[in-house]
Design a protein around this ligand. Structure first.
Ligand SMILES: [Fe+2]
Length: 284
């Protein structure tokens, strides 16, 4: 079963949004949508999401799912905007409850920590349908405790686990992250058949190549600079932890997390009609 796949690269956040579909006129899922956010102006825009809407309309697709691989720290989700425009249920891993709980103090967040903001919470290995396509939610913790990958036919949307072979792997230093868990999650993905198509959630291309997001299991096993075959868990954990100690927090982590743990819903407007994000001081 080979789904049709269209990727949309967002140069501002290096995120790839995917439309996965049966065929023109068939069912589809959107994975990891982006609401554009300019932190200097506090401005949102739907240019990236509208590219996805246009594609879906041009191809006559019926949106069944708006999937998130995890609560992203680098961009705001456009899932509620897409839902209003084109429908679909918002799905994420059930571990999002842990992430909501972990961040409830940081943001003095009222609301529920039961994941009820989302339309569907996937348990590990749970199967679901996208039209006639069978999809499976794989629990791949490490970057966050709640990360999921989505296996749809011969394709896997890996979320923040692997990056392209010349970039390596996702960081593991956010609350609840674990380099050891990420190693185990990645080995599980790399135990899939060699020809399995893997689709990255981000790409940070080194100088000299343009953005790319598709690679096979075989290519990752032979060439990934962090986790190719032969790299031991101990070596990986030492490398990952040392590297993470040098990384600054993502520019949008504070705006992104508070919105994304609420399934992309923006905060309610105050009496003056303006919505406000919260910036906790010294919380990280
Ligand atoms: Fe992430």
């Amino acid at each position: 079963m080979k789904p049709e796949i269209q990727g949309f690269f967002d140069p501002a956040t290096s995120t790839i949004t995917y439309v996965v579909f049966e065929r023109d006129g068939g069912a589809c899922a959107v994975i990891d949508s982006v609401l554009d956010y300019d932190p200097k102006a506090g401005g949102t825009s739907t240019a990236s999401a509208d590219r996805v809407v246009d594609f879906i309309r041009q191809h006559g697709l019926k949106v069944e799912w708006l999937l998130e691989t995890h609560a992203h720290a680098d961009h705001l989700s456009a899932a509620p905007y897409l839902q209003e425009k084109i429908g679909g249920r918002i799905g994420i891993g059930s571990g999002i409850r842990t992430v909501q709980h972990a961040f409830s103090h940081v943001f003095a967040r009222k609301g529920q920590h039961d994941g009820s903001q989302f339309g569907r919470l996937f348990e590990a290995d749970e199967e679901f349908a996208i039209g006639a396509l069978t999809a499976r939610a794989l629990h791949v913790p490490g970057h966050t405790p709640a990360d999921m990958a989505y296996q749809i036919g011969d394709a896997v949307f890996v979320g923040d686990t692997l990056f392209m072979p010349d970039v390596g792997t996702a960081r593991c230093d956010f609350p609840g992250g674990s380099a050891s868990q990420l190693y185990q999650s990645i080995r599980r993905l790399l135990s899939l058949p060699a020809e399995t198509r893997l689709f990255m959630c981000h790409d940070y291309p080194p100088a000299g190549r343009g953005p790319a997001w598709e690679v096979t299991v075989a290519e990752q096993r032979s060439a990934n600079i962090h986790v190719r075959d032969g790299v031991t868990e101990a070596d990986f954990v030492a490398m990952r932890n040392a590297r993470d100690a040098t990384l600054a927090m993502p520019v949008l982590i504070l705006p992104a997390i508070q919105v994304n743990i609420s399934a992309g819903q923006l905060p309610e407007a105050e009496e003056n009609g303006v919505r406000y994000l919260k910036i906790p001081l010294n919380a990280f």
